[in-house]
Design a protein around this ligand. Structure first.
Ligand SMILES: Cc1cc2nc3c(=O)[nH]c(=O)nc-3n(C[C@H](O)[C@H](O)[C@H](O)COP(=O)(O)OP(=O)(O)OC[C@H]3O[C@@H](n4cnc5c(N)ncnc54)[C@H](O)[C@@H]3O)c2cc1C
Length: 462
C-alpha cells in the first residue's frame, strides 16, 4: 500500500512510522520548511528550544514508549516541577497540596473546596457522565463563586476567552484528572515533568532518520493544495509548486493531519454533514513571546497568572526547568496567551507584544529592565487550542471521512484529554492501524484494540 500523508507534525510522523513498520510505502508532505509542526524547534545560544513550551506528564505513556523504542529513553529526564500562581502582586508556590492551604488569595473555605474538588476529579473516572455539561456550572456549584472567579474560572477565561463559560466539564475533568493522576505517590507527592535532553526536536529528528532509513519519502516546503478524488475515492494529493502549478502524487490511501479549517479547503467534495462538523469547531490562536535574558525573571518554571487584566496567561521560565547552560548561559522564558481569531494580538510583532506585556512582566519582577533581554521571538499558531464546548462530543469528526481512502487525524479528535504530543502520537498510531485494517497488505499483525479505539472517535455522536 502506498500511503500519502499531509502534515509533518507528530501525528503525521507517528502514523508514518507505524505504517513503514508494517511494510507500507509512505510519502509525507509538509507545508513548512521544517518537520515537527507545533513541536518544531529553533536555536537559542547554541541550544535547541521548542517554539512553544513542552513538557510531559507521567500519564503520557505513548510518547514515552516511542522515545524508548527509538533509543532515546536514557535522555528522557523527569524533573521536579516548580509551579506557582501569581495573583494580585504575589507569588504563590504550588508544588504540593500544602501550598493550596497557604494560597491566601482566596478565603480558607474556598481553598478547602478547591482541594476537595480536585481530589474528587482525580478519583472520578466516569467522564462520559459529564458530556453536555459546562465546567463553569460544576465549579460554581462545588467550589463557589470565589474559587471560580479567582482560580479555575480565571484559567478557563485565559485559555478560551469569551468562550470560557461554554467549556465542557469533560475538558476540565481531563485537565485535573490527568494532571493529578500523573503524580506518582498521590496528591501529596511532588510532581515531576518530563523533558528530552536537547529538546523534543531530537525525537522528531530521530523519527525522521528512521523513516528515511526505511525508505519513506518526507518532503518539506510541500504544501498540499487539494486531495485528488477520482470515482468518489481519494487517489492522490495535488501539491502546490513555487511557480503556482500543481504536482500530483498518487497513492492508495491518503491521511491528512492538518487542522480542520485547512482540511475543508483541501476537499471541497466532502459531504455537508462531515463538513459541518469540521466547520463547527473553533480554535484559539496560541501566541507565545520568547525572551532570552541575561538573568532569571523568577524562581518558578510554570507561573500561572490569574489577574484578569494580564495579557498573558502563563510565564514559563524554561531555565527554571533545565539549566541555562544548555542555552549558552541565556535565561529563557515564554509568555503565553491564547486569543480569539480576529483579535489584533494575533497580528502583532514581537516588539509590539513585548511593549504591551512590559508592565505585567514588571509586576512579576519589579526590577525587570528591557536591557536584560538579549533576543526576542514571537511564535503563533492559528490551531493552538480547539475549543471543547459542552456539546463538543456530538460534533467530533470520525477518522474515516465519508470519502473512501481518505482519513483525518488532528487535535480536534483528541478527546476526552486535552491536546498534547502524547495524544497526537497515539492518534497517528491508531489511525495507521485503522487504515491498514481497511486496506490490508500489512506485513506485521495489527492491534484490534487500537483499531477499535480509532473507530470509536466520532462514532458515539452519529
Ligand atoms: C502553546 C502550546 C503549548 C503546548 N504544550 C505542550 C506540552 O507542554 N506538552 C505536550 O505534549 N504538548 C504540548 N502542546 C501540544 C502539541 O504540540 C500538539 O498536540 C502536537 O504537536 C500536535 O501535533 P499534530 O501533528 O497533531 O499537529 P501539528 O503539529 O499542527 O502538525 C500539522 C502539520 O500540518 C502542516 N500543514 C498544514 N496544512 C498543510 C498543507 N496544506 N500541506 C502540508 N502540510 C500542512 C502544518 O504545517 C503542521 O506542520 C502544545 C501546543 C501548543 C500550541
Amino acid at each position: 500500500m502506498r500511503v500519502l500523508i499531509v502534515g509533518g507534525g507528530v501525528a503525521g510522523l507517528a502514523a508514518a512510522w507505524e505504517l513503514v513498520k508494517h511494510g507500507h510505502e509512505v510519502r509525507l508532505f509538509e507545508a513548512s520548511p521544517v518537520l515537527g509542526g507545533q513541536v518544531r524547534t529553533f536555536e537559542v545560544g547554541g541550544g535547541r528550544l521548542e517554539i512553544f513550551y513542552h513538557h510531559l506528564f507521567r500519564s503520557d505513556t505513548n510518547i514515552v514508549a516511542l522515545i524508548d523504542e527509538l533509543g532515546l529513553g536514557p535522555d528522557l529526564e523527569w524533573i521536579p516541577s516548580q509551579v506557582g500562581f501569581f495573583a494580585r502582586g504575589r507569588h504563590y508556590p504550588f508544588v504540593g497540596a500544602v501550598d493550596l492551604l497557604k494560597f491566601s488569595d482566596v478565603s480558607f473555605p474556598t481553598r478547602i473546596r478547591l482541594g476537595l474538588a480536585a481530589l474528587y476529579l482525580r478519583r472520578y473516572k466516569h467522564w462520559q457522565a459529564y458530556e453536555g455539561k459546562r465546567a463553569r456550572d460544576w465549579i460554581l456549584k462545588w467550589v463557589g463563586r470565589e474559587g471560580y472567579d479567582r482560580v479555575w474560572g480565571a484559567l478557563l477565561r485565559a485559555k478560551f476567552g469569551a468562550k470560557s463559560e461554554d467549556v465542557s466539564l469533560v475538558w476540565f475533568w481531563g485537565k485535573v484528572h490527568l494532571r493529578f493522576a500523573s503524580r506518582q505517590g498521590g496528591l501529596l507527592a511532588r510532581e515531576q515533568l518530563g523533558y528530552l535532553k536537547g529538546s523534543f526536536g531530537r525525537l522528531i529528528d530521530t523519527l525522521v532518520d528512521r523513516l528515511r532509513g526505511r525508505g519513506a519519502v518526507l518532503e518539506t516546503s510541500a504544501p498540499a493544495a487539494r486531495i485528488v478524488i477520482e470515482d468518489d475515492r481519494a487517489v492522490g494529493v495535488a501539491l502546490r509548486q513555487p511557480d503556482g502549478s500543481e504536482r500530483i502524487e498518487r497513492g492508495d490511501v491518503v491521511l491528512a493531519t492538518v487542522p480542520s479549517y485547512a482540511f475543508v479547503n483541501l476537499v471541497p467534495e466532502l459531504d455537508a454533514e462531515y463538513r459541518a462538523r469540521l466547520e463547527s469547531v473553533q480554535y484559539q490562536w496560541a501566541t507565545v513571546l520568547v525572551l532570552s535574558m541575561d538573568r532569571a525573571l523568577s524562581p518558578t518554571y510554570w507561573l500561572t497568572v490569574t489577574d484578569d487584566d494580564c495579557p498573558f496567561v502563563v510565564a514559563v521560565e524554561q531555565t527554571n526547568f533545565v539549566s541555562p547552560e544548555r542555552y549558552g548561559g541565556n535565561h529563557v522564558i515564554y509568555f503565553s496567551n491564547y486569543c480569539d481569531p480576529g483579535d489584533p494580538a494575533a497580528d502583532e510583532s514581537a516588539d509590539e507584544t513585548f511593549e504591551r506585556y512590559l508592565p505585567f512582566i514588571r509586576r512579576i519582577n519589579p526590577d525587570f529592565d528591557p536591557s536584560w533581554v538579549r533576543e526576542k521571538w514571537l511564535f503563533k499558531d492559528r490551531a493552538g487550542q480547539p475549543v471543547v464546548d459542552a456539546d463538543y462530543h456530538t460534533r467530533i469528526p470520525a477518522h474515516r471521512t465519508p470519502i473512501p481512502g481518505l482519513y483525518l487525524a488532528n487535535t480536534t479528535q483528541v478527546y476526552p484529554e486535552d491536546r498534547g504530543q502524547n495524544y497526537s502520537i497515539r492518534m497517528g498510531e491508531r489511525v495507521a492501524q485503522l487504515m491498514m485494517s481497511d486496506l490490508g497488505g500489512h506485513t506485521a499483525p495489527l492491534e484490534p484494540e487500537a483499531i477499535a479505539a480509532a473507530e470509536a472517535v466520532g462514532a458515539g455522536s452519529r
